[in-house]
Ligand binder design. Sequence first.
Ligand SMILES: [Zn+2]
Length: 261
Amino acid sequence: MRIRFLFFWTFYLAFFVFPTDVQARDWEEYKKRHFVIYYNKAPQDFVENVEEAAEQYYDEITRNLGFRRYDNWTWEERAKIYIYNDADDYVASSKAAQWSHGVASPKDKIIRTYPAAHGFFDSTLPHELGHIIFREFIGFKARIPRWFEEGVAMYQEKAKRWGSNTDVLKAMDAGTFIPLDELTHTRLTRKTPTAKVQLFYAESASVVYYLISELGKQRFVRLSRKLQDGDDFEETFSSIYVRFKNFKKLNKAWVYYLKNE
Ligand SMILES: [Zn+2]
């Protein structure tokens, strides 16, 4: 579990590293409906599997989030996935952090990774695609807390949702639980202790899961739509989830839910 978690937080942090240079080199191209895969030495069947999985996730994530009639990733608008030859090539060429396994740049709709990236199909790919699809929907004007942004990305992972509620409950028992108010102002850096980073992601996953699965997808879509205006998140949030005047109220309901589910 620990190693698994360690792996998870490495690429979450990596999300905030935005390599800007696409290396000028002769990439092989594999173009399909919504994606263009760029690669050099990656085996052809791996490339095809990535494309197929990405297509499936594209539909699944859109459905997961309740975003209907969402199909603007064709032709010039296709997302790009760069598959580097191996870990060294990936780190050297993408300027990503040594410990990361994949990075997404939502503005450019680009994902960079390499074939041996652990958990690639079940975690990295849906997580990073989740970031891109969600950001594209709410727009870059939207101001949202990191727990919300990461929680939505984690909602797309196959396994990550599982276990996060238990971890949050454990933190409550241990007295380390971070209330939502505080979570909103928590900043993660490379120096943040691992346990705190893990808790941050567990809480993010848990609260977003609560919002979507318990309080309804429709309301979540309405919130997402309203976020496009770029207004204050907490105010926008309480205008849709009227039961919660502020994060304190949401925190209370979420904690109650966790203790009684
Ligand atoms: Zn992330």
